[in-house]
Structures are given as C-alpha cells and as structure tokens.
Design a protein around this ligand. Structure first.
Ligand code: ADP
Length: 543
C-alpha cells in the first residue's frame, strides 16, 4: 500500500468549540427557564463559561476518562457540559430524567459516575436514587428555578473564580466523549459510549444538505431532550456551524413550542412524533396565530411519523417534515427519508409514501436485513427481516460488555427493528422485533396498521399490538385514542382499514382508551398494552 501523505489531524469536539468562539462569537444561544423567562447570551460568552466549567471540574479532581453525569433539561448550562466535559478528556453521561429512580440508580452506578450536575428543579428526583450510587463524590446544582440549597455546590458560584480560558488537551479522536444508555425496555439499560471521532463524523453528516442541512444561517430548536441520544446531535451541529440555538427548557407543550418557533424565527426543530402531533392539532385549531414562515424543516424520529402527520403539516400549513430513523447505538441518526431527483415527476401519493418511509442511510451508514436464520434478504420492498447496520458511528460493543449477541461476527449491529427495504434502498420499519405480531405463522406489521388508523379523521393516536388467540396464537388488537369530541364505530375503522390491507391483517378488536402508555423516550409502550389487554380475545372470544 502507498500511504497517503496527509495530516492525521484528530477529529475532536474541541475543534467545534474553538470555531464557535473564533468565527461565531456574536451569535445567540437562548434558553427558556422554568419560570418561562429567557436567558440569552452569545457563543463568545458560551466559550468563556465552558472554559470556566472545565477549570472548575479540574479543580474538583475530574480526570480524563472520568464520567460526569448530567440530570438536566435542555438549556445553555447543559450545552456548556456537552462541550467542556469531552473537551477536557472526560466523558459526559446524560441521565434520562423520565426514567424511574431505580433505573437511574442502576445506570449511574453502572457508569460509575464521579460527579453529577443536576438542575435544582430535579433535585427531588436525584435524592430518590442518590443512595444507590456510592461512586458520586460531588453534586453540582444548577439554580434553574431558585437558589441552590445551602450546603450544596452551586454551578454558577463554581464558575465564578475560574479564568476565561482553558488549555484544552490535544485528545486522541478515539477517546470517549459521551455515554448514553438505552432505555432498557427489554432487560437492563445498556451503555453506548460515543467517541469524539464518531460524534464529529455524525455532526458533519447531519449538516449535509441531504440530511438536516444545518448551517450558520439556521436557528436550531432541539425539542428532543439532550438526555436522549444527544438530542440527535443537533446541539453539536449548531456549535459546529455557528447556528443560532434555542433551548426550550422544561416547556415542551405545543403552545410554548409554537411561541418559541415564531418569536425566535426557528428554521429547524427536531422532536418525536407525539410532540409534533400535539403541535399539528393546535395549528389546525388556530392556523393564523403563529407566523412560522421561517421554518425550513421539522425533523421527526424516535418512532414512526404517521403519513397523516407529514401530509397534514405540508398540505394545511406548508411545513416540511424530514423523517429520520436512528437509535442510541448510532450517535444516533442512521437514515433519512428524502425524495430523489427522479421522484419529481411522481404523483403525490407516491411522494408521500416515500417520505413516510424511514428513508435510506446517510453517508457512511450501511444497511442490510436478515432472516431469522441470519440469511441476507433481497431489497424487494416486501420481504421482512431484522435491520443490521454498520458504520463509524455505530456501536462496536456496549459499555460494560453486555448484549454481545447484538453484534454479528462479520461486523454488523443488530438493531432489533423489523424492516423491508425497497430496490432503491428505502427502509420501512414494520415493527420492533419484541413487538411483532405473529398470526398463524405470518407477520403482521403493527406500524402499517397504526399509520392507516391515524389517517382516519376521528383518530388522534392508535397503537396496534399482539393479543393472545386460541387458534392463531396471536392476533392484532388496536388501542385507539379519539380526537376530543369525536366518536367512531368499530365497523367504520375496520372498513377504513379494509381499503388498504388483506382481511387477515385487520385487528380483531378496537379498544377505545384515553391515552396510550409510553416509554421514557416517547415510544408506544406495547409491553404495557399486552400486559393489560393481551388476554382480551381469550376473555371475549365472540369478537
Ligand atoms: P431505546 O432503544 O432505548 O428505546 P432509542 O431512542 O435508541 O431508544 O430507540 C431506537 C428505536 O426507536 C429504533 O430501534 C426504532 O425501533 C425506533 N425508531 C427510531 N426512529 C424511528 C422512526 N423514524 N420510525 C420508526 N421507529 C423509529
């Protein structure tokens, strides 16, 4: 081999941090506080405080490789932690504040966190699991909703005596930067340890025009929490490009978000479908209340974006959705649904159907799907199999070594998602493997049924899950939440589905429920539905 003669310059987050100060010092970062007031400062201020934070953490004894945990909403101090901790060579461990205290205790103990930074508003939550984590030596309180209780280390006071500069070390690009745990809906949560290199490459990829296209002229609103898969990398993309950044704090209700989008002229926002469903419902009620003309893209992922949602935003409000697939094990973005040049001539139904897929991989992510026996399947748009991926921002193992069976001998990661892939590479997630419905040996896609149900005008949300059946083993059941003031007969829902699916796919029963149980990251919690209604057909065999 003739080796190329180019510099081996390390791909580290420190470079993004330095750029933000050098080239974008006057651009604003805005955060909403719990009392709804705003904190505003610039990348120049951010840089100084990030240096001070690194200085303070060093003074407290934080060493390279140490885990510093955060238990915080999305705000500027969390962003300071996002950069200061990795750039000083330590590892930021983002804790998911929606988890049960027992899970948080397990995760923080597993990660052996040494320092924990917590919003004052979340101190009561921390106190519920503090006793379970003996490794935590220091607790630093961000006074978000009032002064830090006496006897506790205060974030702002810690920063005060520190200098405005910090001599960040020249790190190796393979050094760990951030630790994120999966939510552990099956088994214990597992840690994914992002490196500087994986995070930098992921940042560059999501800034590509065909991905989220983030650039300096953007105003980015990460609605997706910074404790969930690094807020899809949106904060790093903003720092890397010098885009204006708007942090919603704890105010994630549709009115607060729409106010923020209109007032701050947001151009790109990212969140899970539930957030966007709420926003669409409000916009439909009051279409003229907010000026959203600045909005360029609404990134949706984390669970399937129903086509009715994508169409509703586009048709009724002129807003464009970018549907992405990803997971914690990937830093996290893997694929994105974009039309290709030749689709310009396609009819609207075809375009919508492609935009509602999970899309095809972003550069450097590779995909394949395999059968139960590990056989690689054809990209024919109909054969279902488990999705496997590989690439420079795909985990190579879990932190702590659990879950070895998720990594194949030939270098792929088993996602646990059941998909079809069409000849052009478009991926359709039909289920998670733990949620598949196997009726008389045939797989029925719950996601396809849910999407169709959510296209019915009376339906707000629907989750389809497996019910035990005496003859067929499993049959689909639908849990349906109606829009306020609406009613619909089961027969009408069945007739609506019959237009799209073979008869044996149709749910055996429709259960009208006030809400669908969710996981800590906003996904339908089908294990809960199965627990509650799994025997429904055995108890009501006449249906
Ligand atoms: P966890 O695995 O801890 O629930 P993640 O956020 O990492 O948390 O979840 C990743 C999973 O979310 C994927 O494996 C997939 O099942 C689901 N998912 C993510 N994006 C989409 C999407 N656009 N459509 C359907 N499912 C999605």
């Amino acid at each position: 081999m003739l080796t190329g003669r180019m510099m081996d310059f390390p791909l580290t987050l420190t470079h993004f941090l330095e750029r933000s100060r050098t080239f974008h010092g006057s651009t604003e970062i805005i955060s909403r506080r719990p009392d709804r007031s705003f904190h505003r400062y610039t990348y120049a201020d951010f840089y100084r405080r990030t240096c001070r934070l690194a200085g303070a953490l060093r003074r407290l004894g934080v060493k390279p490789g140490d885990r510093v945990a955060s238990l915080c909403w999305n705000h500027h101090q969390h962003l300071e932690l996002y950069l200061a901790v990795p750039a000083m060579g330590a590892v930021l461990h983002t804790l998911n504040l929606r988890l049960h205290p027992n899970d948080l205790g397990y995760i923080a103990r597993h990660a052996e966190d040494r320092v924990l930074v917590v919003d004052r508003s979340l101190l009561p939550l921390f106190e519920k699991f503090a006793g379970a984590v003996p490794s935590i030596e220091r607790v630093i309180v961000i006074p978000d909703d009032g002064p830090t209780p006496s006897g506790r280390l205060d974030y702002e006071q810690l920063l005060e005596p520190e200098p405005d500069t910090f001599d960040f070390p020249m790190l190796e690009e393979r050094a760990a930067a951030m630790l994120c745990y999966t939510s552990g809906t099956t088994g214990n949560p597992k840690g994914v340890l992002f490196s500087h290199r994986s995070t930098v490459l992921h940042t560059l990829a999501i800034c590509m025009a065909d991905v989220f296209g983030i650039r300096e002229a953007d105003t980015v609103l990460p609605v997706v929490p910074m404790f969930h898969a690094a807020a899809w990398g949106l904060p790093y993309a903003a720092v890397a490009t010098g885009a204006k950044l708007v942090m919603p704090g704890p105010h994630l209700d549709p009115t607060s978000l729409l106010d923020l989008m209109a007032q701050e002229r947001v151009t790109i926002a990212g969140g899970v479908p539930t957030i966007w469903l709420g926003i669409l419902a409000l916009l439909d009620q009051e279409p003229k209340r907010w000026d959203l003309s600045s909005m360029r893209t609404m990134a949706i992922g984390g669970s399937a974006a129903p086509p009715a949602l994508i169409e509703g935003f586009q048709e009724r409000h002129g807003l464009t959705v970018a549907h992405a697939w990803g997971m914690s094990e990937l830093n996290p973005v893997g694929t994105l649904a974009r039309l290709k040049q030749h689709h310009a001539q396609a009819d609207e139904a075809t375009k919508l159907s492609l935009r509602a897929t999970q899309g095809f991989p972003v550069p450097f992510v590779e995909q394949r799907h395999v059968s139960d026996t590990g056989q690689v399947l054809p990209w024919d748009g109909s054969t279902m199999g488990e999705l496997e991926v590989r690439g420079p921002w795909v985990a190579s193992s879990y932190y702590g070594g659990e879950g070895k069976d998720r990594f194949t001998k030939d270098g792929w990661f088993k996602t646990g998602d059941i998909v079809t892939i069409d000849p052009e590479g478009y991926l359709r997630i039909t289920d998670r493997s733990k949620d598949v419905i196997k009726s008389g040996g045939e797989w029925i896609s719950s996601v396809a049924l849910e999407n169709a149900l959510m296209a019915h005008p009376a339906v707000l949300e629907a989750a389809v899950f497996a019910g035990r059946h005496a003859k067929w083993d499993e049959r689909p059941l639908a849990a349906v939440v109606l829009k306020p003031g609406q009613s619909v007969a089961k027969e009408e829902l069945a007739a609506h589905l019959e237009k799209h699916f073979a008869k044996y796919w149709l749910p055996d029963a429709y259960l009208f429920v006030p809400q669908i149980p969710r996981t800590s990251t906003g996904k339908f919690l089908k294990s809960k539905l199965r627990e509650e209604y799994g025997d429904y057909l055995l108890k009501h065999p006449q249906e």
